[in-house]
Design a protein around this ligand. Structure first.
Ligand code: AMP
Length: 355
């Protein structure tokens, strides 16, 4: 189904991903309605309409869904019941399955393994006993992560040999968790694939990513990897998107191991931080492609516009560097309109282009 320009796209979530999607959607003649519990959100600042309400508030969800032509998400961690409720009134893209799978790390990894996609070894952990068993079975250093609502390294604890598991479990205050083997990776890369409701797919060139303390610091595109590895990563991303019946964008983060094996770390059914380089370094940005995919429009081309693009996140007070960034002719600055520069908070990003 084509949702033509002039229609209203509803976006769940009010963060920077919603903001940049709204800007791209406006360029294509759409109006955006943001649904978020947050007052003065980055996305609401640039959107035509906003509903400020909780993700479980059914009367508000209903009024929102009835006032728009299609719903999509910049934030997937909303109650499953709310997603099913929204579906009664309006088409939901990327779709229930994609959201359900990506909301929970355990479910996500099990699903990936079921469709023959490799991940790091993992174990479900709900009690100290289960953590002890999992650590013994894993036999290597691991990372204990929250199964739900974890992002940007939040709720993660490294588990080394002879660690005091009782202390780690108590301090983590986790209820449902996953213990993953710590992967000794060579690189981290990511692929973003667009898929529309007709089943057509198109991948962006790959990005190579650097994380610190679980937060993405920088990406560069194109990734410095072999053509074979690139094709393989894209093939895996397309396979996941097809299996999920996803409509929109799917970001797939991989570890590249020392012997060039690809292990999926995480998937996200929406635009992704590691795709921000496309705003200046690609013929079509991930946000425009997202809108095109959700609305059933033809995809835009994904050729590189620069030899190399390096995206650097502005975390916390890094944002104060804006004057010097603006003086650099090779730098493109994107700020998210957030007022408080808390430590580690994503305030904006810069794309440095090399021709
Ligand atoms: P996540 O929140 O799972 O995306 O993790 C954030 C970052 O932490 C990843 O991009 C890696 O840099 C690191 N990390 C997460 N899980 C693992 C793992 N199993 N082995 C090695 N590094 C990891």
């Amino acid at each position: 189904m084509i949702i033509p320009p002039g229609s209203i796209i509803g976006i769940i979530g009010g963060g920077q991903l919603g903001r940049m999607t709204a800007l791209a959607a406006a360029n294509l003649g759409y109006k955006i309605h943001i649904y978020t519990p947050e007052k003065h959100s980055p996305a609401a600042q640039v959107s035509a309409f906003t509903t400020i309400a909780d993700y479980g508030d059914k009367p508000s969800l209903k009024a929102f869904a009835k006032s728009i032509d299609v719903i999509t998400f910049e934030f997937e961690n909303i109650p499953a019941e709310s997603i099913q409720y929204l579906e009664k009134f309006c088409p939901v893209r990327p779709g229930n399955l994609a959201l359900h799978v990506s909301q929970n790390r355990l479910r996500e990894k099990k699903y990936l393994n079921e469709i023959d996609v490799s991940t790091a070894q993992f174990f479900a952990v709900r009690t100290l006993k289960e953590l002890e068993k999992a650590a013994a079975k894993c036999g290597k250093p691991g990372i204990l992560k929250s199964a739900e609502f974890g992002y940007d390294g939040k709720g993660q604890h490294k588990v080394f040999a002879h660690a005091d598991l009782k202390k780690i479990w108590k301090e983590s205050r986790l209820k449902t968790a996953i213990l993953e083997e710590l992967v000794d990776f060579k690189k981290e890369i990511s692929v973003i694939v667009a898929r529309n409701s007709y089943g057509k797919t198109l991948c962006f060139p790959l990005a190579e990513n650097v994380h610190e303390n679980g937060i993405l610091c920088a990406s560069r595109a194109p990734a410095n990897i072999s053509l074979g590895l690139e094709k393989n990563a894209q093939r895996i991303a397309i396979k996941i998107a097809e299996n999920l019946g996803l409509v929109g964008l799917l970001a797939v983060e991989f570890f590249v191991t020392k012997n060039n094996q690809l292990l999926v770390n995480e998937i996200a059914p929406r635009p992704h931080n590691s795709g921000h380089w496309t705003m200046d370094g690609c013929e079509t940005s991930q946000f425009e492609q997202f809108v095109r995919a959700v609305c059933g429009l033809p995809f835009g081309p994904v050729g590189l516009t620069a030899k190399k693009t390096r995206m650097v996140n502005l975390l916390g007070r890094d944002v104060e560097k804006w004057p010097e960034i603006l003086r650099n002719p090779g730098a493109k600055l994107h700020l998210y309109g957030k007022s408080e520069a808390k430590k580690g908070r994503k305030m904006g990003h810069v794309n440095y282009l090399e021709f």
